[in-house]
Design a protein around this ligand. Structure first.
Ligand code: PLP
Length: 485
């Protein structure tokens, strides 16, 4: 198994007996070497054991203090151990910890829904709370299907979803079926039964045909490809197009080209398909959306003028609850809700833990803190610094093909050849090697490795997504301890 050790200007792939899938070390106190009863991703290499978390740091059982520069996978937006969130959850515990949402409403869920719909400037009118991003995507797919069914019951039924290649929308079968993550799909391919197909992602680094192609020409090309796909599957069979406004884990923090989502919206509108934005990873302030006249305190990626398109349905996750509780959301606009209201009057979907009071209360406090402390402004400010420092330090590194991102959501894509953009041969080897290096003394930093940038399998990157309340010194520390030594 290869592990990458990257020296000034030189990339060395060393042989190691550690699995690139595991990313975990062999040292540590006895308890972390005991056979695990948890079914981890790797059956042979247990993860590091965390004993506590405070602020930006995770303390491991071997005494190491790790700077959590990714908040898991862009989750811990307030860092760890926030006392206000803790108190809010305890207060909710004293009030009520669970009741079934079919029969009961709680202030926690109602207040969170109100805060979120208000944050959209009224574009979204209802919020539905579940426990994970995958479930939020499932709910979005089902809502899109039900919308069309109730809108025109007698018409050809819309049951096809168009997504993009190299996309990840979650791990449940429906979310996996629409997504284009080849490696994560392949074992389950025969049981992914949703009608879906995929077009090219908007990925300027690898997608633009040459340096001579202008961004607007690239966008036109992608628009034409989407139109052809609608025609191929039958325009009135398409229920929705789903995409991440800024691609997260699958490609590594890829913002769309200017005008791209306007083009997508045009095609969807032309054919009566809904537009679903999956903001599980890039939403809730993570990309530091810019203020506009319409949205003075934007929270959602689509509110950024660079994206500038309102979806019909959107999802949130990760930074919604900041990791304090498992919570994600699906939000829908009036056009969609109105059809259900006039139709069956119900959303045909429900889960035991939907609108869980403790989870909603935790997320409500997280979102209140983000708003009160003006943290999205800090995301914008520190994000500019993070991007600049990464470019300064690594822009000319021979193993770095691209550095991209927005707000506190940045990725470094590795290549074996900067000119041809050829990835390293061994999938994940460099990203995982960099992750492993980071976890060692004296670096003590946690970075998120990803793979599949070239074709869903080859090509790797690491993601940096620190907490929204980081300061300048902490950003400098992140870059100083990052990666390539
Ligand atoms: N959608 C996107 C864009 C994601 O990045 C993820 C997770 O990484 C999901 C959906 C699935 O979320 P979860 O892992 O919480 O189920």
């Amino acid at each position: 198994t290869a592990v990458a050790i990257v020296n000034d200007g030189n990339v060395t792939i060393e042989q190691s007996n550690r699995s690139p899938q595991s990313g975990h070390r062999t040292e540590g106190p006895v308890e972390s070497r005991e056979k695990s009863a948890v079914l981890h991703r790797s059956l042979s290499h247990d993860p590091f054991r965390v004993v506590s978390g405070e602020g930006n740091y995770l303390r491991l059982s071997n005494g190491q203090n790790i700077f959590d520069a990714t908040g898991g996978a862009a989750v811990a937006c307030l860092g760890h151990g926030n006392k206000r969130v803790r108190q809010a959850v305890m207060d909710q515990m004293d009030c009520v910890s669970y009741c079934h949402s079919l029969f009961y409403a709680t202030a926690a869920a109602e207040d969170l829904a109100r805060l979120l719909t208000t944050s959209t400037g009224g574009e979204m009118v209802r919020a539905f709370f579940v426990s994970s991003g995958s479930e939020a995507v499932e709910a979005a797919l089902k809502l899109a299907r039900q919308y069309h069914l109730e809108k025109k019951p007698g018409e050809p039924q819309r049951k096809h979803f168009i997504a993009r290649q190299q996309s990840y929308h979650g791990t449940t079968l429906g979310a996996l079926a629409v997504g284009g993550h080849v490696a994560r799909r392949e074992v389950f391919e025969p049981i992914l039964s949703i009608n879906s197909s995929r077009v090219s992602p908007c990925y300027t680094y690898r997608g633009m045909s040459s340096v001579l192609e202008h961004e607007t020409a690239y966008v036109r090309r992608l628009e034409a490809e989407l139109e052809v796909e609608f025609q191929r599957v039958g325009p009135d069979s398409v229920a929705a197009f789903i995409a991440e406004p800024v691609v997260g884990a699958a490609l590594g923090c890829v913002p769309a080209a200017k005008g791209y989502f306007q083009a997508v919206r045009r095609v969807c509108d032309r054919h009566g398909a809904l537009l679903i934005f999956d903001e599980v990873m890039c939403g809730a302030g993570r990309i530091g959306p810019e203020s506009t006249a319409r949205f003075s305190s934007p929270l959602h990626a689509w509110q950024d003028p660079h994206i500038g398109v309102v979806p019909d349905i959107m999802t949130m996750g990760k930074g919604l609850g900041g990791g304090y509780m498992p919570i994600a959301a699906m939000l829908a606009n009036e056009r969609v809700i109105d059809v259900l209201q006039r139709g069956t009057g119900a959303f045909s979907h429900g889960q035991t833990y939907q609108g869980h009071p403790l989870a909603c209360r935790a997320a409500l406090e997280v979102q209140r803190i983000i708003a009160e402390d003006d943290l999205v402004a800090n995301v914008r400010k520190q994000g500019v610094l993070l991007g600049k420092l990464l470019m300064d330090k690594l822009g000319t590194h021979p193993a770095v093909g691209d550095i991209r991102g927005r707000g506190l959501f940045w990725a470094i894509e590795f290549v074996s050849n900067k000119t041809t953009k050829e990835p390293f041969e061994s999938t994940e080897a460099v990203a995982m090697g960099v992750h492993e290096l980071g976890m060692q003394d004296p670096y003590n930093i946690s970075l998120y490795p990803g793979t599949g940038t070239v074709d869903g399998r080859r090509g790797d990157h690491i993601i940096l997504a620190p907490a929204y309340n980081v300061n300048e010194n902490e950003i400098r520390h992140v870059v100083d301890t990052t990666v390539l030594v």
